[in-house]
Write a protein that binds this ligand. Structure first.
Ligand code: G6P
Length: 611
């Protein structure tokens, strides 16, 4: 949530910072801004997307070897020019960008107002900046020390980066709870919320940890803790290719990412399982197998799409491992004072690895003695680092705000974990184990077949793009897929959509059914098949429009439904990884048909680092 970029070195800062902001725009796009040192401190900011800032700056003298930039997802104060970052201190010497929330900003602001400070924005950020300025003035300390003193008082989450007109060779940055990566080049440094703005310049990076402060000069990177002790930076090699963060000929990142799924599922399975040999190896699971197979209970914590992956996993884990599972919204779990025992294993599922609620939920559970297993896409992210063990999903960077390929990769990893634990625990007959390994092995090819329906789904999307509401139904393993389909439609097309267990429909949502309402039913062949046919009948009897996802060749439902989408035949346990694909495509094409920016839907952000 909010993207920050900064540069210091020999090159022109503006083009580097601007390009970085475009790469980070998925994190927020209400407004953006840049501060440069060019004959004094220059700050340019603008409501709207980064392209609007860029347009405003055409023809300006932007020469500077140091710069900071920000793309915002509003928390405190509406998205407008005034609340956009960077903010400047009241003496006009400092500029600061911030990602996160300063929870006690109200109190700090009151104190500063009494001292005569006049605030220009409604943001929490400005309160922190003026506080730093005030400390500098009254304690007669340098900026680094003032930042340190201020941060000891601050409650909340932050990454901040400051430039100082009087110190044009230094950037000061600090982190707690929000991500910060520093790229190390030759006599230059790059700072960003993730590695995507950095990768084309260097692959040497340092992930800054909580409560660390960085003093960055072109040829020097000093890391300190808030107690002013030096810390040796842990330099890591980035394993990321530039092509992975570009659109590669697709109109939108979302479409590219949907189409990448045969490859991302394959990458996720590769090196871990071999269907011919019947082997399955996952380092994080193998090393901790005693803990996992003897767990009293699995608790899956996640948000958004990752929470839906957790729901599918609940069915899979209970079926295969016979261990009770609870799936929790991280935001509820963290505040609920949940009962956690030593024998509990918490699975944290997260694409970004930075979602604030998920991160704090596992911190709390860890304090109470639970074992934390992270299922994360972004390598080196906060959740990955805090977990006791884990498995990466290896889906590559996901840039479209609506999660697609990360979801199927999460399902693939969760399924393999369940298989491995069940095998070790002895709750899964070897014949079924082998069958499911083969089913996983065949998934990438089936996902490819599924994508061949793209043009057909595009036509369906035209037909239903004017709908006001939509209902998504499923049962068993496909119930969470109905939820995910509805979420995708809401996010991308702004059509109100609800997901429901198909049988539960009669306890409420059936009242909505009329000839206008599209009802999307995930009705692939599984152990609930006969039951879901009855649910389709119930909708048809009330003149609802049924769009059914069916197993290829299912003539019975084809005759009943208004439209069908064929899904390749697969075991019910792995079928969700296929049936979600047409729902992703449907949402995508409806969003496009309605003329919306599907990669950056209104009000949303990809990485939600505020609670
Ligand atoms: C945001 C994103 C969703 C994502 C959710 C959880 O809401 O827009 O796509 O599912 O956060 O994020 P995570 O990175 O933890 O999976």
């Amino acid at each position: 949530m909010c993207g920050i970029v900064a540069y210091i070195g020999q090159k022109e800062a503006y083009p580097i910072v601007l390009k970085g902001l475009k790469r980070l725009e998925y994190r927020g796009y209400d407004s953006s801004g840049i501060a440069l040192l060019n004959d004094g401190l220059k700050v340019y900011k603008r409501k709207g997307k980064v392209a609007e800032l860029e347009e405003m700056l055409i023809g300006k003298d932007l020469h500077s070897h140091i710069g900071i930039g920000h793309t915002r997802w509003a928390t405190h104060g509406e998205p407008n020019d005034r609340n956009a970052h960077p903010h400047t201190s009241s003496n006009g010497k400092l500029a600061m960008i911030h990602n996160g929330i300063i929870e006690n900003y109200g109190q700090i602001k009151q104190e500063l107002t009494k001292k005569g400070y006049v605030f220009k924005s409604d943001t929490d950020t400005e309160a922190l900046l003026y506080f730093i300025e005030d400390i500098q003035k009254h304690h007669k300390v340098n900026l680094e020390e003032a930042v340190r003193i201020a941060l000891r008082r601050v409650v909340g989450a932050y990454v901040i980066v400051l430039i100082d007109k009087d110190n044009p060779d230094t950037l000061i940055a600090a982190r707690k709870g929000s991500p910060l990566v520093i790229g190390i080049g030759k006599d230059e440094h790059f700072l960003a919320s993730d590695a995507s703005p950095i990768i084309e310049y260097t692959n040497k990076v340092v992930y800054v940890n909580d409560y660390e402060l960085a003093i960055i000069r072109p040829d020097e990177l000093i890391l300190k803790n808030l107690g002013n002790e030096k810390i040796t930076p842990h330099i890591q090699q980035l394993d990321l290719e530039l092509a992975a963060i570009e659109k590669g000929g697709y109109e939108h990142f979302m479409l590219k990412e949907i189409f990448e799924q045969p490859d991302t599922i394959f990458d996720c399975l590769r090196g871990r399982m071999d269907a011919k040999e019947g082997s399955l190896r996952m380092a994080g699971v193998d090393k901790n197998i005693e803990q996992l197979k003897n767990a009293n209970r699995f608790i899956i914590v996640a948000c958004g799409t990752s929470w839906h992956a957790g729901l599918v996993a609940e069915y899979i884990f209970e079926e295969l491992c016979r261990i009770p599972v609870e799936v929790e919204y991280a935001s509820e779990f963290r505040y609920r004072n949940p009962v956690i025992h030593k024998g509990d294993v918490i699975f944290a599922v997260s694409q970004s690895g930075e979602t604030a609620d998920t991160l704090v939920a596992i911190e709390r559970a860890k304090e109470q003695g639970a074992f934390i297993f992270g299922i994360v896409n972004v390598v080196g992210s906060s959740i990955a680092r805090i977990s006791d063990a884990g498995a990466y999903t290896h889906a590559g960077p996901e840039i479209g705000v609506a999660s697609t390929k990360a979801f199927t990769a999460q399902l693939a990893v969760l399924t393999m974990i369940a298989l491995k634990i069940a095998q070790e625990k002895g709750t899964l007959p070897s014949k079924r184990f082998m069958h499911l390994l083969n089913e996983l092995h065949d998934l990438p090819a089936k996902a490819q077949t599924m994508l061949e329906s793209n043009e057909y789904i595009e036509k369906l999307a035209q037909k239903y793009s004017a709908a006001r509401d939509a209902l998504y139904l499923g049962r068993g393993y496909n119930f969470p897929i109905a939820l995910e389909g509805a979420l995708k439609l809401k996010e991308i097309s702004y059509i109100h959509a609800e997901g429901y267990p198909a049988a539960e429909m009669k306890h409420g949502p059936i009242a909505l059914v009329d000839e206008q309402l599209p009802v999307i039913i995930v009705a692939t062949k599984d152990s609930y098949h006969e039951k879901i046919i009855s649910n389709i009948q119930e909708i048809k009897a009330r003149k609802g429009k049924v769009i059914a996802l069916i197993t290829a060749g299912d003539t019975i439902i084809t005759e009943m439904a208004d439209d069908v989408v064929e899904v390749p035949e697969a075991d019910e346990l792995v079928a969700p990884m296929l049936s979600v694909i047409p729902l992703q495509l449907l949402a995508y094409h409806i969003g496009v048909a309605r003329g919306l920016d599907v990669d950056k839907p209104r009000n949303l952000a990809k990485s939600v680092t505020v609670e």
